[in-house]
Write a protein that binds this ligand. Structure first.
Ligand code: ADP
Ligand code: MG
Length: 579
């Protein structure tokens, strides 16, 4: 074991003189000796730079008490997480310590130097063998399954096992703990390895035990109309939600967690104020999964870091989240990773870079910010696995730029790499036009659920309607022609009756793909209709009625008699003003 001695402490950064070999991102423990009745503490830290015989390490804990001369033990391991059944439903910190367990054992607050195994050891899982003795297998191939929540959790050949193996034996169907051997495999030289249900994987290295990476050509429907129709997210794609404080980023991500057509949700709450995270932890388990009627937590993992936790653990949390996401993808599942917010994560990078006295880039963010942001979003992707099944990781990141100014390094670095941009507008959230996704500024490169030609038409109405509105602010309504005024009213109709959607409404909160196509067709028919009005007041009165009728229609359950009735009311109303 390589050991070292602390030569300097600067915030959560320590310099360690060492003898022997160490690697970048290797984990060590700084040892704070017992004193004054307090027991010895072992504080986890990670090598972030090596200069000759000195390693600079970030400590994942408060460094109070650490001083020059304290010993450091290196582990030879990179920062890793445990993968196996029992991850779903859990709440972890950025280092994968289960938070409720920690709270139980050590009181509500995390104490320094306490690390807990991520997977429950007392639990038994009902194992069903899949592989047979004699089978040829490689890393990522399935040996058996256990039920976890509503899925079959695949127990696989550990991803770190390089080369080809032959299955020697597989455990019989039955109940096992995660540390029990469920198979024995032999490599080409005949050397045997016991495989358990748990494996470790270094968080900063992508998992790539698949056959082929695919382009994100399918839509990941969210049941949010603005997104699926106008600014869709690709299954296995990436998107960002930049927006000022209070514009609705968190509500949007929670709604998406609930209604997106994915199997597993990984929610990384990084560095937002402690109060917000506590609220999120309280609310999340209460969210009902529309698919099962049970708690949404059954297919969710939360990684949480508040701004009161050490900054280094925050830096690690997005990688931990990405690793857990890729693990479930490897089981042929669709996974949605939501990060709220990536700005806090970038601030952690900035703090670290500052302590390392690196040459700063824009706004003191490290010069490599863009490549770090890009490498995070590159962890997304839809893949074909070796058994022919498909899995995906879709990544959505909230960005919270100060003052809502998108012209800052984190937003800009993110825009360069993502496939869809859902810009939240302060003006819209102030007007309570939710979701506050700006229909003029936002964009997507992915295919959506509606006919692209119709979408282009509707967007053109939105754009031209906005132009008329801007003009009216200067010249007043009187200076606007009746056809222009009607165009403006049509753009407002799209907004009020289609873009706006109340997340908290039992029916309107989720609008499935089929319903979106149906309603959007009707809406586009209205946009194309040639209408005749006596004057602006008549037009305004008509659109007010139509908007209300369409909103009522949005509130009727899909495929119900009320839905058909609502549609008829809308169509009748429009017929009454056709030219
Ligand atoms: P942010 O995370 O951007 O700071 P939040 O998501 O916490 O903002 O939203 C702030 C408030 O705005 C919420 O508490 C809620 O009252 C309101 N809100 C946001 N989005 C919606 C929505 N889609 N439907 C209804 N209300 C919303
Ligand atoms: Mg928020």
């Amino acid at each position: 074991m390589t050991t070292g001695t602390i030569t300097g402490v600067n915030g959560n950064l320590i310099s360690v003189a060492f003898e022997g070999a160490v690697a970048l991102n290797e984990i060590g423990y700084a040892i704070l000796p017992a004193s004054g009745g307090a027991e010895e503490l072992r504080l986890m830290c990670e090598i972030v730079r090596i200069r000759g015989r000195v390693a600079d390490m970030q400590v994942f804990e408060d460094t109070a008490g650490l001083h020059a001369g304290c010993a450091v033990e290196f582990t030879g391991q990179l920062l890793s997480v445990e993968l196996g059944p029992g991850l779903l439903t859990q709440v972890f910190d950025g280092l994968q310590n289960p938070l409720p367990k920690l709270a139980e054992r050590f009181g509500f607050f995390l104490q320094r130097g306490k690390y807990v195994q991520a997977l429950p050891r007392d639990r038994k899982w009902t194992f069903t063998p899949v592989a047979m003795p004699g089978d040829a297998v490689r890393a990522g191939d399935t040996l058996g399954t256990v039920p976890e929540g509503i899925f079959k959790h695949r127990i696989m050949v550990p991803f770190a096992m390089q080369g080809r193996f032959t299955v020697k034996s597989v455990a019989a169907a039955g109940d096992y703990g995660v540390d029990d051997a469920i198979a024995v495999v032999a490599d080409e030289s005949g050397a045997e390895t016991k495989v358990t249900m748990v494996q470790r994987w270094p968080v900063k290295i992508p998992i790539s035990c698949f056959e082929e990476r695919l382009r994100p050509e399918k839509t990941m429907t969210t049941q949010i109309r603005t997104i699926d129709t106008f600014f869709p997210v690709g299954l296995g794609g990436t998107y960002c939600i930049p927006g000022p404080f209070g514009a609705g980023k968190t509500v949007l991500q929670q709604t998406t967690s609930r209604y997106a057509q994915v199997d597993v949700v990984i929610y990384a709450a990084c560095g937002e104020r402690a109060g917000e995270v506590v609220e999120m932890l309280r609310e999340f388990p209460e969210l009902e999964d529309p698919r099962t009627g049970r708690s949404l937590m059954d297919r969710t993992i939360i990684i949480c870091n508040t701004s009161s936790m050490p900054v280094a653990a925050r830096e690690a949390s997005v990688y931990t989240a990405a690793t857990l996401a890729a693990y479930y993808r490897q089981m042929g599942l669709d996974v949605l990773l939501l990060a709220d917010s990536t700005s806090r994560w970038a601030q952690a990078l900035r703090e670290l870079s500052g302590r390392l006295e690196e040459i700063p880039g824009e706004e003191a963010f490290p010069a490599y910010l863009e490549s770090v942001v890009a490498s995070f979003y590159e962890r997304a992707g839809r893949v074909r696995l070796r058994d022919g099944s498909f899995g995906s990781v879709t990544i959505g990141g909230a960005v919270s730029p100060a003052g809502g100014n998108f012209d800052e390094p984190v937003t800009q670095a993110t825009i360069k790499v993502v496939g869809a941009f859902h810009g939240l507008s302060r003006a819209r959230s102030d007007a309570r036009r939710y979701p506050a996704i700006d229909p003029l500024d936002s964009w997507s490169k992915y295919p959506g659920v509606c006919d692209p030609a119709l979408v282009a038409e509707a967007r053109s109405v939105l754009r031209r309607g906005n132009d008329v509105n801007q003009m009216m602010k200067v010249v007043g309504e009187e200076g606007t022609s009746l056809p222009d005024f009607v165009l403006y009213l049509k753009s407002e109709l799209i907004d009020a009756a289609y873009l706006q959607q109340n997340s908290f409404d039992a029916v309107d909160g989720a609008c499935n793909e089929e319903r979106q196509r149906h309603v959007f067709d009707v809406l586009c028919g209205i946009l194309r209709a040639n209408m005749s009005f006596a004057d602006r007041d008549a037009a305004r009165a008509f659109f007010q009625r139509l908007t209300q009728t369409m909103r009522d229609w949005n509130g009727t359950p899909w495929k119900s008699a009320a839905f058909d009735e609502g549609e008829k009311k809308v169509l009748d109303l429009v017929s009454s003003v056709r030219a």
